[in-house]
Design a protein around this ligand. Sequence first.
Ligand SMILES: Cc1cc2nc3c(=O)[nH]c(=O)nc-3n(C[C@H](O)[C@H](O)[C@H](O)COP(=O)(O)OP(=O)(O)OC[C@H]3O[C@@H](n4cnc5c(N)ncnc54)[C@H](O)[C@@H]3O)c2cc1C
Length: 398
Amino acid sequence: MTATEVTTDETLVLERCQQLLAEHPPADTRPEVFLGHQFDLGLAWVHFPEGHGGLGLSPKLQTTINQTLAGGGAPLAYARNPIGHGMGAPTVVTHGSEEQRTRYLRPLFTGEEVWCQMFSEPGAGSDVASLSTRAVRDGDEWVVNGQKVWTTLAHLAKWGMLVARTDPDAVKHKGMTYFVVDMEDPAVEVRPLFQITGEAEFNEVYLTDLRVPDSERLGDVGEGWGVSLTTLMNERVSIGGSVAPRGGGIIGELTKVWHERDDRTDTQRDEFMKLWIRAEVLRLTNIRAGQKRAVGNPGPEGSIGKAASAELNKDVSEFAVDLLGADGMLFPGGYTMARPKHAAMWAFTQQAFLRMRAQSIEGGTSEIMKNILGERVLGLPGDVRTDKALPWNEVPRS
Ligand SMILES: Cc1cc2nc3c(=O)[nH]c(=O)nc-3n(C[C@H](O)[C@H](O)[C@H](O)COP(=O)(O)OP(=O)(O)OC[C@H]3O[C@@H](n4cnc5c(N)ncnc54)[C@H](O)[C@@H]3O)c2cc1C
């Protein structure tokens, strides 16, 4: 693409942003209505095809769009449906049929239909390809039975991304199929799981004789692993790849705590500066990774930001609680179980500290991120996998 073309594309999206803000002033427009118009103008995911929330342009322009709209007071689509936005949409646009893209993407973007991800099971987390939830074909439908766990926002979700085993005789990575399932079906039972933060952001989900139309299958039968990888690669970037302004995000919150204290020591100053530098290095790394990503889906290198941000966020929030001294032991928000409307949000430092403990687990643990980086980015010898060539139903499991 030449410099002139970039300028033309930038001009086009900036004009559309101004049109959107002028015709639907955010202050007087319901968020879902504003976001619907944003989608229709191709400003939702600018690299998606026209008619599906995009304009088929470089994803780099999305930053320009987001900054322009945020400056005009526009609502943030991501916050209303983080899993749908970060993972569901790229999976649907990559693997979905034209009908599926048309059906799912617009209400996903506006937040009118929240999405959740049903991959993990009690016996399958890091090794998600060992999952046991079964889908058995019955004419034009599939009958699903099984249990999922740690399902973030399932209590609000309309749609769930489900991976289920459809061929137990095949090796584990080959016998799975990917579905989009209706979470409002009575055969789906969602039970809250109480977290260390005092909230139940995530849930257990029981699927009992759930009938899923074949038209809600994403990708081919037996190709669920490939579709899942699109979700997982996007999940890592969604969790660890965001780019806050310099000194913003979690390090900005730490800076506020820092300035509020008058009992800081030189040793603490040294620690604070080390964290600030780590945050800035990660921010620049994420900018570089974003610019290298010429087309939509990230590759295994997305695990760099995920692993680094998990450890940084834990260290920053721990240091913030240390700065609070004895106040760090208080929990001002109360500890009665709430079922939040958002994931990974916190209202105060102590809650952030507790929530950040999960960062090196959710979306793949830090150990798994290191395995991915070692094997798929650096080309080091692989992990020992004794069950790789065995049919799934012959793999010993508890
Ligand atoms: C806050 C939160 C939200 C979540 N939301 C969702 C969601 O919405 N949907 C969903 O499907 N799942 C969700 N999860 C689940 C998450 O993806 C899993 O917890 C994670 O993949 C780890 O799986 P596990 O808990 O079964 O741990 P295990 O896989 O049993 O791992 C236990 C320990 O062994 C280590 N380990 C395992 N295998 C290896 C290996 N090969 N090499 C080195 N170390 C290894 C792990 O790093 C870990 O320390 C969520 C989890 C959390 C904490």
